[in-house]
Design a protein around this ligand. Structure first.
Ligand code: ATP
Length: 513
């Protein structure tokens, strides 16, 4: 995929009412976006897919909805006040700001691509006898690349963990990294920048106190651990899930809804017995990748990436990366966070956050395995994978969104063939019966062909057309988005055909263990 593809997806999203730049008539607000009439529907469906898969499918996971504003000490306890920083660097010529670690990561990705190229070349040269693993271990050039990657990764980890800003700049200079915009290597020093937004709470200045807009939803779960455990009579292992807004003053806010300053997260904290966490970590890795692959997109579009910077409190962490139009990037994080968060809140709040284990007859602070996915990134993943520009047999072209049917914003479009002869009335009658079952749309403008194209472009799986014959035999034409095939069916069968195809049931059942 390419930059062009991203551009096409962005303009498609705008043209059809999926995503708009925030405050556009005032020239926009950087890295803030609004979801339009179809975007809101698609986003809600993705949310529902996550919520049902997590909460409805698991009897030991419950969902909450905590407030965005929280006691400021929470962010001291979580480490965000002191350490939620990104190392930033400016290019003096382009005046563009970058995350120093991202510049180095991009450099590493280029080396990885070189390895990939060598592999592809060798595979063609050696044909069927090619042993990729052996090649990676023995080919001099590739081994050189690998060593280079390991060396840079080690430095990166050290500089990030120990805030070695001077060394960071030296590394960028040593690698000869240039600004992608100006091409120049004229960099400022690297500085730390806290990503939390703050505001004042209280009506008069003297009484007000500084509070933060939450940079993640997870802390709302930790501070409600006791409430939920007691009121829900939860037994370990159990999980608490939440979907909600989060805010980060991102340094580099480009790439559309991939990196926003206001975004939404879907997070789940799974509380386990100490010692069991790594088994659960593997278990959640498996479950989460299954959730993604269940959408039926290209399996090669996903990969796991182990963290090179393991936070001091984590004993395992990885990302699920997705092949976005701008390349493989983090879509979801899975982290084994030990008892760091609950212990920190015990310390700062003075309250015991422990579980009494009836089997062992003792109290302990549970360990936590977290799964954390950005809803907006998931939206971009679905939109960019579904977006296809197809050449048809008759030489014409169409843009189609092959959105998995159960996620499609509109499930069924109902058209009268013409705007007269009682056809609109008949079409509306059908709509009236079906609108309680699924999201439908009535459309009578333009030719049928144009209406099909419009609904292909927004991912509507089915269109039905009411014609003169319908008035006599109660049959309509149903047209399938993916196959473009048309079929004559009775009005009474529409509900069954569409329901079966857009049903949550099969999708959720596929996820069950
Ligand atoms: P990145 O390294 O890309 O900044 P992160 O590692 O800081 O992400 P986490 O803190 O693990 O991200 O947040 C969990 C998830 O929230 C991410 O996997 C991502 O999907 C989403 N997310 C994080 N920051 C943003 C953002 N600025 N805009 C949209 N989604 C985000």
């Amino acid at each position: 995929m390419s930059d062009d593809k991203l551009k096409n997806v962005i303009s498609h999203a705008k043209e059809y009412g999926f995503v708009f730049q925030s405050s556009e008539i005032y020239d926009g607000l950087s890295a803030v976006y609004d979801y339009g009439q179809l975007g809101a529907l698609l986003k809600n469906n993705i949310k529902e897919y996550w919520w049902k898969a997590m909460v409805q499918n698991h009897e030991n996971i419950v969902g909450i909805d905590s407030a965005i504003f929280m006691h400021p000490t929470i962010w001291k306890a979580s480490g965000h006040v002191d350490a939620f920083n990104d190392p930033l660097i400016d290019n003096k010529d382009s005046k563009k700001r970058y995350r120093a670690d991202v510049l180095v990561e991009d450099y590493l990705e280029k080396i990885r691509q070189k390895i990939q190229k060598e592999l592809t070349k060798a595979a063609t040269r050696f044909g069927e006898t090619f042993d990729a693993e052996m090649y990676l271990k023995t080919n001099g050039r590739v081994v050189g690349y690998q060593n280079q990657i390991t060396e840079i990764e080690d430095k990166l980890r050290d500089y990030l963990e120990n805030s070695k800003l001077k060394e960071f700049k030296e590394l960028i200079e040593e690698l000869g990294i240039a600004c992608p915009i100006s091409g120049s290597k004229n960099w400022t020093d690297v500085r730390q920048f806290n990503l939390m937004f703050s505001t004042e709470m209280g009506s008069v200045a003297e009484d007000s106190s500084k509070i933060y807009l939450r940079p993640e939803t997870a802390q709302g779960i930790f501070v409600n651990f006791l409430n939920v455990m007691k009121s829900g009579r939860m037994k370990i292992p159990f999980g608490i899930a939440q979907i909600g807004k989060a805010f980060r003053n991102e340094i580099v806010a480009r790439q559309f809804i991939f990196r926003m300053r206001e975004f939404e997260q879907m997070e789940m904290q799974f509380f386990v017995k100490p010692g069991d966490e790594l088994t659960w970590y593997e278990n959640w890795k498996e479950k989460r990748i299954k959730w993604h692959k269940n959408l039926g997109f290209d399996e090669g579009a996903y990969r796991f990436h182990d963290h090179i910077k393991l936070a001091h409190y984590a004993n395992a962490a990885c990302d699920i990366e997705f092949d976005f139009p701008m390349g493989f990037k983090e879509l979801e994080g899975i982290h084994s966070r030990t008892d760091f968060d609950l212990k920190a809140h015990e310390k700062f709040s003075g309250k015991k956050l422990q579980y009494f284990d009836p089997e062992d007859n003792k109290n302990y602070v549970p360990y936590v395995v977290e799964t954390s996915i950005g809803l907006d990134r998931m939206f971009l993943a679905v939109l960019s994978q579904s977006f296809k520009e197809e050449k048809l047999e008759d030489g014409s072209e169409r843009v189609v969104l092959n959105i998995p049917n159960f996620l499609a914003p509109i499930k069924l479009a109902v058209f009268p063939l013409v705007k007269k002869d009682g056809l609109p009335e008949k079409a509306r009658e059908i709509l009236k019966q079906l609108k309680f079952k699924f999201q439908c749309q009535y459309d009578e403008k333009d030719s049928i062909g144009k209406r099909y194209r419009r609904h292909d472009a927004i991912g509507t799986p089915f269109c039905i057309t009411v014609d003169h014959q319908t008035l006599e035999d109660n049959m309509v034409t149903i047209r399938n988005r993916d196959t473009m095939q048309q079929e004559r069916i009775s009005i009474g069968d529409i509900e069954k055909i569409v329901s079966e195809s857009v049903s949550w049931e099969t999708v959720l059942a596929n996820l069950d263990d």
